[in-house]
Design a protein around this ligand. Structure first.
Ligand SMILES: [Mn+2]
Length: 314
C-alpha cells in the first residue's frame, strides 16, 4: 500500500502573483497523487484561511469524492494554522475544513484520534506551538510492533516558535513529516539516529519566492510493502507548469533583479570596507545589508550562499 504525505495545499484565494488557474492547478495535483497512492495524508493548511469562499469548498468536496470513487483513494489531514481561527482545533466546526470533514470528503487526524494503517500509526501534535510543546513533554510513542509516524505543522530549527531535534529525539517515532514551511529541506530529509525528518514543502507555489521559480514539486510516499527496507519511503514528483507559465513576469524578474542588485552593492561595500583598516573591526556583512535596507529574504539568500561555500556570514 502506498501512503502519500503531501505538503500544504493552500486552496484559495488565488495569489495575486499567479496568472494561471491556481485552484484548478490544485485539483489537478490532487488527482495526479490520487492515481498513484492508496491513501493521501495532507500535512495541514488545506485552506489558506479558516473560511474560504464556499464555491471552493464545494468544488473541493466534489473533487475529493470524484477521486475517491475513481481511484479508490482515501484522504486524511492534520490541522494547519490557516485551517482554524486562533490556531485552536476547537474552532474546526466553524471552518471550511470542518465542512470538508462533515461532508465525509476527508478524515481529520488529531492527537486524540491518530490514524492506524497497516502497522503504521500516524500521530500529530496540537497546531498551537505552546500547546504542542506542552503536549510532547508527556508523550512517548515507543512501540515495538508499530511504526510511529509524527505529522507536524510547525517550523523546524528555523524562525520563531520552532521545534528542534531535541524536542523529537526521545518521542519514539521513526519518521517525522513536516508541513507549514513551504520551502523543502535541501535534500528533502534529515536523517538522525533516532528518526528521519522530512520536509517536502508545499505542493503549491502560492508565493513568488525565489525557490518557487526553480524547484521540482514532490511528496514522500511510504510503501508499506517495503517496511523495514531502505526503500520504505521514496519521493514522487508532482507534474506542474513551469514557473514562467504560472507567475507574472514581474514577479520573476523583480526577485532576480532585487537579489542581483544587493549582491552587486554588497561586493562594492565589502571592497571599500576591506581597504579601510579603521572600519575592519566592525565589519559585518549582515549590518551592511541591513544598512542598505535589504529585505530579510535577500539577506537569507546571501547568507545561504556564504554558508554553501563554507564562508562566515555575520
Ligand atoms: Mn501553516
Amino acid at each position: 500500500m502506498k501512503i502519500g504525505i503531501v505538503g500544504d495545499l493552500h486552496i484559495a484565494p488565488i495569489p495575486d502573483k499567479r496568472i494561471d488557474d491556481y485552484f484548478q492547478a490544485g485539483l489537478d495535483k490532487i488527482e495526479q497523487i490520487a492515481k498513484y497512492c492508496d491513501k493521501i495524508i495532507f500535512l495541514g493548511d488545506i485552506f489558506t484561511s479558516a473560511r474560504v469562499d464556499e464555491r471552493y469548498v464545494y468544488s473541493l468536496i466534489q473533487h475529493l469524492n470524484f477521486c475517491k470513487n475513481m481511484y479508490k483513494v482515501e484522504f486524511y489531514t492534520i490541522i494547519g494554522n490557516h485551517d482554524v481561527v486562533h490556531e485552536d482545533e476547537n474552532n474546526l466546526q466553524d471552518s471550511s475544513l470542518g465542512i470538508l470533514s462533515i461532508a465525509g470528503a476527508i478524515k481529520i487526524i488529531t492527537p486524540e484520534q491518530p490514524l492506524l494503517i497497516d502497522k503504521y500509526c500516524f500521530n500529530t501534535i496540537p497546531v498551537n506551538y505552546k500547546k504542542a510543546k506542552e503536549f510532547i513533554e508527556n508523550v512517548n510513542y515507543n512501540s515495538s510492533t508499530i511504526t510511529e509516524v509524527l505529522l507536524v505543522h510547525h517550523e523546524y530549527e528555523t524562525g520563531t516558535n520552532c521545534f528542534m531535534y531535541e524536542d523529537f529525539k526521545n518521542l519514539g517515532c521513526k519518521m517525522v513529516f513536516l508541513g507549514h514551511d513551504h520551502k523543502p529541506f535541501e535534500q528533502g530529509r534529515i536523517i538522525y539516529p533516532e528518526f528521519t525528518i522530512y520536509r517536502s514543502g508545499s505542493i503549491m507555489r502560492n508565493r513568488a519566492d525565489d525557490y518557487n521559480f526553480t524547484r521540482t514539486l514532490y511528496y514522500p510516499v511510504i510503501d508499506t510493502d517495503l517496511k523495514g527496507t531502505d526503500k520504505e519511503v521514496h519521493c514522487e514528483v508532482v507534474q506542474c507548469k513551469p514557473a514562467q507559465d504560472v507567475f507574472k513576469i514581474e514577479a520573476i524578474t523583480k526577485q532576480n533583479y532585487k537579489k542581483e542588485k544587493f549582491v552587486e552593492a554588497l561586493d562594492q561595500v565589502i571592497d571599500k570596507y576591506k581597504s579601510n583598516i579603521s572600519t575592519q573591526s566592525r565589519f559585518s556583512i549582515n549590518t551592511i545589508l541591513q544598512e542598505l535596507g535589504a529585505p530579510e529574504k535577500v539577506i537569507m539568500g546571501i547568507r545561504k550562499k556564504y554558508e554553501k561555500f563554507n564562508e562566515t556570514f555575520n
